[in-house]
Ligand binder design. Structure first.
Ligand code: PYC
Length: 317
């Protein structure tokens, strides 16, 4: 590294098409404390790092970053904070799968189970093969069912509010046909729904913003149960079926008595990739989703920030 230049080593993977960038070296030191406290410090004093890694010219809107941290829970192999083009995620299902495959690729873990600490709780990752991972997510639940909002250009839209590690508004019948060619129209409709939720002050628990919008419709292939489209905070769409979004869906299916514990649900994404999902009930009767998907390492490299580069922290649009 030349004087004044910061270098960041990363490994990129994709989980069912959705990219994850794991920071291997050169991340900020967030000190000690809970993952929630360290996320707060990341946001307050190292947000330029997030921007440099994710936004152009070094990153792109769809990628989710994963910063590996020391866990506070001794039963966990690692802690992780996920971040994207607009901020930070409580949990990220595709990202946890990508991280598990990346740690194995680096020779840091073998096949089998590991626990990961996230700002919203501990998740378990089970590396079934070098490319297939099952995650046991945080307990998930439906907060509100059949909430109707008036949306500009769409009229009345009804959906459920559910937690799957992030907050989701789940619309059972997509307002736009769920085919990849319609991604722009789907994104436009989802953005308008997000604005309507804000306008009507419809939130997750304790006033949390509902920052993911999810549409459902019939699957494109006969052995899946449903196809989805997920708009993430920052307005990129999820190429995978979204791990936390599939968890929120399971919470709604369980609450409606449609899906029983242990019965598989195959969720297809807007590009046709899939997660296989089941759930169990914990001691408190909450659902604990298990999401299985595949990830592949697709790049590794070094991000370079030269001190006189006007865009070393990304292009601030
Ligand atoms: O897989 O949970 C997920 C996720 C959240 C945002 C993008 N992917």
């Amino acid at each position: 590294m030349s004087s004044g230049q910061s270098d960041i080593r990363y490994i990129d993977s994709h989980t069912e098409g959705e990219p994850t960038r794991v920071i291997v070296e050169g991340g900020p030191d967030l000190g000690r404390g809970s993952l929630g406290e360290r996320l707060g410090r990341f946001r307050e004093s190292a947000d330029q790092f997030r921007q440099a890694v994710i936004i152009e010219p070094r990153g792109w809107d769809a990628v989710v970053g994963a910063l590996i941290c020391e866990p506070t829970d001794a039963s966990c192999a690692a802690g992780v904070i996920f971040f994207n083009n607009t901020g930070y995620l409580g949990m990220c299902g595709h990202g946890a799968i990508g991280l598990a495959v990346t740690l194995h690729y680096l020779g840091r873990t073998g096949l089998g189970k590991q626990r990961l600490e996230t700002p919203v709780g501990v998740v378990e990752v089970d590396l079934l093969s070098p490319h297939e991972v099952a995650i046991e997510n945080v307990p998930s639940y439906r907060l509100h069912s059949r909430v109707t909002v008036e949306v500009d250009g769409l009229g009345s839209v009804t959906g459920d509010v559910a937690w799957g590690g992030n907050w989701f508004f789940l619309v059972g019948e997509s307002p736009v046909p769920l085919v990849a060619e319609n991604v722009d129209q789907l994104s436009h409709a989802a953005k308008r729904i997000k604005l309507a939720l804000i306008r009507e002050r419809i939130t997750g628990a304790e006033g949390a913003e509902i920052d993911h919008i999810e549409f459902f419709g019939p699957p494109g292939s006969p052995n899946a149960h449903s196809r989805n489209f997920v708009l993430c905070p920052g307005d990129a769409y999820d190429r995978s079926p979204c791990g936390t979004g599939t968890s929120a869906k399971l919470a709604c299916l369980a609450a409606d008595g449609i899906l029983q514990p242990g019965v598989p649900w195959i969720q297809e994404s807007i590009i046709g990739s899939r997660f296989s999902a089941t759930y169990r009930l914990d001691e408190a009767g909450r659902i604990v989703p298990r999401i299985t998907g595949r990830a592949y390492v697709c790049a590794e490299g070094t991000l370079i920030q030269q001190p006189d580069d006007p865009f070393r922290h990304g292009i601030q649009a």
